[in-house]
Design a protein around this ligand. Structure first.
Ligand SMILES: NC(=O)c1ccc[n+]([C@@H]2O[C@H](COP(=O)([O-])OP(=O)(O)OC[C@H]3O[C@@H](n4cnc5c(N)ncnc54)[C@H](OP(=O)(O)O)[C@@H]3O)[C@@H](O)[C@H]2O)c1
Length: 330
């Protein structure tokens, strides 16, 4: 049934749910904003009168090109700024968070968009690289940005947003996790011999989603003033997977030719996350609507809950090892 919903949604024209009134004077960070969905999200925010949009990128040259492109197409100069962020490096994550905490007076939206699809096993900071980039660093950076988001909520009386870009593909990855939540899940994912890299992207996004659900449940919007949600952007024509083997790229290209959204259409789902109301807190969004009913039962039943808590427990230990006290600061 999910496949039918997913396919039907791909062909929908999506609304743009941000405008001058929702963005005027606001400050946003978009990770991975030099290309694809991140670039189009940043472009919309600049066009909608945001005061500052930080393009958080690992390649500064690509970031500067994106900034010029945004300025040329929106006619708004001096709004987009390029800051360095490499999610494969914990030092870079901490340096970025320190800069943002000290240099930004307010933060109205943090879009955790950057992600990678790898089909070869490799390590960054001791963990399989896509787990480091999409899960550990993404959660660490979000954790480190929470105090600024909370402070902005208190000072301005508005509700800042923290939006994670996940993927509906994760629903195919159930078998990739250790059974019962007893085993050290990240240790299992770090075992090169057991790793099926053809489905690693879906598994990474599944782990990210469990983590976001637990993170949001521990930080309710009525206590922090910050709305945390996650968005599946659908299948979009972007550079995602460009490093993958030929057959994966070829199958992606075929699927994309048949049914992909443009990156601009896909960015509208992220903009929805950045403007959605409090009822979106902790939920899964797709096609510019809350789509909790897309979650398979095995994610939310008792075993799913155990896995979610286990993943969070392991993540907390990893984040604390990098930056002691970061998970208790709030
Ligand atoms: N496209 C889809 O169909 C689809 C579907 C579901 C979910 N998503 C998710 O949407 C998000 C955006 O992806 P996209 O489709 O727009 O792909 P994309 O065009 O490849 O963009 C990904 C962005 O993430 C950046 N990035 C990768 N590794 C990074 C690192 N170590 N540190 C900092 N930035 C890094 C990339 O930078 P570089 O340019 O330097 O590589 C790029 O800016 C991802 O989280 C992806 O998983 C996409």
């Amino acid at each position: 049934m999910f496949v039918v919903h997913f396919l039907a949604e791909q062909y929908k024209t999506l609304p743009i749910l941000v405008n001058h009134d929702t963005c005027s004077g606001k400050v946003y960070i978009v990770t991975g904003a030099n290309a694809g969905l991140g670039l189009e999200t940043a472009r919309h925010l600049v066009r909608c009168s945001a005061a500052r949009v930080i393009l958080a990128v690992r390649n500064l040259t690509a970031g500067e090109e994106a900034k010029l492109d945004i300025e040329r197409t929106t006619g708004r100069n001096g709004v987009a700024e390029v800051w360095h962020l490499d999610l494969a490096s914990f030092a870079s994550v901490q340096a970025f968070a320190a800069k943002a905490s000290s240099e930004l007076e307010q933060l109205d939206g943090f879009v955790a968009n950057a992600g990678i699809l790898l089909d070869k096993f490799g390590l960054s900071e001791g963990y399989e690289t896509s787990m480091t980039v999409d899960v550990i660093s993404t959660m660490l950076l979000s954790m480190l940005m929470m105090p600024k988001l909370v402070e902005s909520a208190r000072r301005s009386g508005t509700e800042p947003h923290l939006v994670f870009v996940v993927s509906a593909l994760r629903f195919t990855a159930q078998k990739g996790l250790a059974k019962g939540g007893q085993e050290d899940i990240f240790k299992g994912l770090n075992d090169e011999k057991r790793a099926n890299m053809d489905s690693r992207f879906a598994l990474t996004k599944l782990v990210e989603m469990y983590a976001v659900r637990e993170f949001a449940s521990l930080l309710p919007a009525d206590k922090t003033g910050v709305i945390i949600n996650m968005v599946s952007p659908g299948l979009c024509s972007t550079g995602l997977g460009r490093e993958a083997r030929t057959w994966i790229r070829a199958s992606q290209d075929t699927l994309r030719a048949l049914m992909a959204r443009t990156a601009e259409q896909g960015s509208r789902t992220i903009l929805h996350g950045a403007a959605a109301g409090r009822d979106s807190h902790g939920t899964h969004l797709s096609g510019c609507e809350i789509k909790e009913y897309w979650l398979p039962k095995w994610m939310t039943d008792a075993d799913g809950q155990r896995k979610q808590k286990q993943i969070w427990k392991e993540l907390v230990a990893k984040m604390e090892a990098v930056k002691p006290g970061c998970t208790t600061a709030l």
